[in-house]
Design a protein. Structure first.
Lengths: 335, 317
């Protein structure tokens, strides 16, 4: 079946002006979101790993410099007017900052009523109000406590849930959520993430959950992609990747999460060597300069090795396994 | 048992507001032993950062310290005038404020900013000696000595946070208060910065107050944890005890609400919202969100009382 959204070996390079080197933000990434089987896919990486660039490419907010993003099989750049409109309804976004998106002079209703009007989602005012109440309830909010208020009268968690509710209005198939809970108080994160999980399980909406927080990704998602300096290093079912990470970077990442219910060896084991994060990305493995296993083989970018049924690792440590062409990754993972 | 290096006694901090007084810190007492690592955790608005600022006597109007005392190294901070306070800050007690890595001056080199801290607090060194001191401080926090000649924009987040720690330890304080020092950093960098803070703290023999809300980080770093709710301390206990057997229902909810890598699919938010400090619920401030609340919780405010191994403010404990 044709996926709803598919990234086929997409790359994004930002040109450097005035003799500056260009910056590689994303290199050869593939990803597919099924139109039939809703799931939460997490994209995890540190700042500068390319995860927000991926979100912008999938939302059509930026054009890839290599590869293509397809909506129901068609390149986003070649969508006709009607298809583009359908894409705009099917794919919604929730961004990081639940403060910046509101106009403080308008009531919260405004941010919800606008898409109803623009997309012509309701036949009458009353139907529009009912639709808005419905999406608010879907994210666990009571409409009577939200509507008629100004943004500053809501908590950060409420504001972010209103943004999720807004994304639900056009009945999308996919929500791209870029760090949706990183600015929300820790105790509220669980509530918002549970609301996202419910959207997938009960409303059949897929979610691309972009985050730097491995723990929340582990809690809500089905599959996970780990990015490091513009490249995919590991991908697979979240339970396997987090429980038994295979790429040395994923191993470092999992070990770096401080855990409440484990022996207190986190500080002692925390190796201190600060790395030079802004360094040039060579043609080889992006992690080679920090990796304890690095050899001369790492001077060439490693292919994706299929170490398990639904798992790939971009590391030569696993070179006895069969490889997978990068452009195949999306569909292969979603099977 | 050694004498506490820092003692906070019945501290009350309020903010005056046209709509009424906001009690941001309400009757908080605790003691910190030399070399001890104490954590303070709670939701946003629970008074953690205000507590830190008021310990430093850095609360600005409309905020004011209403009552209580802070004893640092045997001396009462309230007895000091502005000059005296300046001498104590950084030299005896240093604060790494929230978001401090973004407070570095963008047009001054890192070395200059560290040297300013030394000079500002009365240390007059020759240029050579000053350079050596700055280089030593940078090395101490895991940065190369040549970082002294760099500007903040040339550093990564982790490097900037290290530079802030270098400033905080410049005068060998006995107490370091770190307010969410790693909340803007990636986990791998967070671990490195916390390891640096732990090492520097041990070398100085300083005590640390770590403010934050990541229970995993608390569990791995602090010796003792205090939980704040609506401006009050509601539970204080050694870290292993509080993680294994939290006694206050709020502590339990806080621990359960934090997504972990240990158990999957156990996402449970804390129901309801943190109360408005201007209009606190009667009795126990947590009772409207508490699943165990009884009549007594609505009518009578629980006080922090000793219970084997810790303190807890809950009628049901």
């Amino acid at each position: 079946m044709t996926p709803l959204i598919e990234a086929v070996a997409v790359s994004k390079r930002f040109a450097g002006g005035l003799g500056r080197e260009s910056t590689l933000a994303l290199e050869g990434l593939s990803l597919a979101i099924s139109a039939e089987r809703p799931a939460i896919i997490a994209v995890v990486g540190e700042s500068g790993s390319g995860k927000t660039t991926l979100a912008r490419l999938l939302l059509g907010l930026a054009d890839p410099t290599g590869g293509e993003v397809r909506y129901r099989g068609e390149d986003l750049r070649r969508l006709g007017r009607n298809k583009w409109r359908a894409f705009r309804r099917d794919v919604q976004a929730v961004f990081q900052d639940p403060y910046g998106v509101y106009n403080p002079f308008y009531r919260v209703d405004h941010v919800l009523a606008t898409p109803v009007r623009r997309f012509g989602l309701a036949a009458s005012r009353a139907a529009g109000r009912e639709l808005i109440a419905e999406v608010l309830r879907a994210v666990g909010l009571r409409p009577e406590e939200i509507l008629g208020r100004y943004p500053h009268q809501l908590s950060g968690g409420q504001r972010q849930r209103v943004m999720v509710a807004r994304a639900l209005l056009p009945k999308p198939k996919l929500i791209v959520a870029d760090e949706p809970v990183s600015m929300v108080d820790a105790s509220l994160r669980a509530t918002i993430l549970a609301a996202l999980r419910q959207l997938t399980d009960e409303h059949g909406i897929s979610i691309l959950y972009i985050t730097h927080d491995l723990a929340t990704a582990y809690q809500v998602s089905d599959a996970i992609l780990v990015l490091y300096r513009a490249r995919l290093v590991e991908a697979g079912a979240v339970e396997r990747v987090v429980r038994a990470p295979q790429h040395p970077y994923t191993q470092l990442l999992v070990a770096a999460v401080p855990r409440a219910h484990q022996a207190r060896d986190w500080i002692e084991e925390g190796y201190e060597a600060p790395h030079n994060g802004g360094g040039m990305i060579s043609d080889g493995c992006p992690f080679a300069d920090r990796c304890a296993h690095a050899t001369s083989l790492c001077a060439v970018a490693p292919p994706l090795y299929r170490t398990e049924v639904r798992r790939v690792v971009a590391c030569v440590l696993y070179r006895e396994y069969p490889t997978l062409a990068a452009r195949e990754l999306g569909r292969w993972l979603s099977i | 048992m050694s004498e506490p290096v820092l003692r906070v006694e019945r501290l009350r901090v309020a903010f005056d507001h046209p709509l009424g007084k906001v009690q941001a810190v309400d009757d908080v007492s605790f003691a910190l032993l030399p070399g001890e690592r104490l954590g303070l955790a709670g939701e946003s608005g629970s008074g953690k950062s205000t507590l830190a600022l008021s310990i430093m006597r850095m609360i600005k109007p409309p905020g004011r310290i209403e009552a209580g005392a802070v004893w640092l190294d045997g001396g009462r901070l309230a007895d000091l005038d502005e000059e005296g306070l300046r001498a104590v800050r950084l030299a005896s007690i240093a604060l790494v404020p929230q978001g401090s890595m973004n407070s570095l001056n963008p047009v001054l080199r890192i070395g200059q900013q560290i040297a300013d801290a030394l000079v500002d607090h009365g240390l007059r060194l020759g240029r050579r000696a000053e350079e050596r001191r700055v280089a030593a401080l940078l090395t101490e926090v895991g940065l190369a000595a040549n970082v002294a000649r760099m500007y903040p924009h040339e550093l990564s987040g982790g490097m900037k946070q290290r530079a802030c720690i270098a400033i905080a330890i410049a005068l060998r304080p006995k107490v370091i208060i770190a307010d969410e020092p790693t909340s803007a950093l990636d986990v791998v960098v967070q671990r490195q910065v916390m390891a640096t803070l732990a090492r520097v703290q041990q070398e100085l023999g300083a005590a640390v107050i770590l403010i934050g809300h990541d229970m995993g980080l608390m569990a791995q770093f602090v010796d003792r944890l205090g939980i704040m709710y609506a401006g009050r301390l509601v539970e204080v206990a050694p870290i292993a005890d509080i993680i294994a057997h939290p006694r206050h229902p709020y502590t339990r909810a806080l621990i359960a609400s934090l997504p972990s890598l240990d158990v999957r699919g156990a996402l449970a938010g804390i129901p309801g919202l943190a109360p408005s400090l201007r209009d606190l619920p009667s009795g126990c401030a947590f009772h409207p969100r508490c699943g165990f609340a009884v009549d007594r919780c609505r009518g009578e405010r629980p006080v922090l009382r000793d219970l084997a191994g810790g303190e807890v403010a809950c009628h049901l404990a």
